[in-house]
Every structure is written in C-alpha cells, then in structure tokens.
Ligand binder design. Structure first.
Ligand code: SF4
Ligand code: SF4
Length: 80
C-alpha cells in the first residue's frame, strides 16, 4: 500500500545542458541520447529515452554543469 508509483528518472534542464555527451557515455543502461533539437544556447541537449533508468545517478556525477541534470528517485520524491 505504501509502495511508491514513482520510478527513477533523469531530469535534464535543457537550457543548462552544454551537450557534452558525458552523461550519455556514462549511463550504464544506455537510456540517454542526444535530442533532435538545439537548446537556447545552441547546444544539442541530452534527453531521456523514457524508460529503463535505475536511478544510479552516474549521469549526475559525470555532468560538469551543476544545474543540467538531476535524478529523481522514489526516495528523493518522498522527502527525507
Ligand atoms: S540515473 Fe543511471 S540509469 Fe538513470 S539515466 Fe542516469 S546514469 Fe542512466
Ligand atoms: S553531461 Fe550534463 S552538460 Fe553534458 S550532455 Fe549530459 S546533461 Fe548535458
């Protein structure tokens, strides 16, 4: 009954992303890819394919832009 329906997922803030691709290369599940568009700064941002994320946060730790990507997990959504 208390089980969360939240599934882990990366949230990419497109306009903060520099399109370096580090998160895409680092993701062990290969669930990130370059988007089919450019952001306001002229970079091709990363995007989530929509499923398969485990919430490992490796993408977050490999991103040099502190505001570009975060990972939502059931734990985080539930507060501390
Ligand atoms: S949290 Fe892990 S599995 Fe999910 S997108 Fe990031 S690196 Fe990939
Ligand atoms: S590592 Fe960060 S800046 Fe680089 S593509 Fe991924 S989200 Fe964008």
């Amino acid at each position: 009954m208390a089980a969360s329906t939240e599934v882990p997922r990366p949230i990419i803030i497109e306009d903060e992303c520099k399109g370096c691709g580090r998160c895409i290369a680092a993701c062990p599940r290969k669930v990130l890819r370059p988007a089919q568009r450019v952001n306001r700064r002229g970079f091709v941002p990363a995007e989530y394919v929509g499923e398969g994320c485990t919430g490992c946060a490796i993408c977050f730790y490999n991103c040099p832009e502190i505001y570009a990507i975060e990972v939502h997990t059931a734990d985080k959504e539930g507060g501390q």
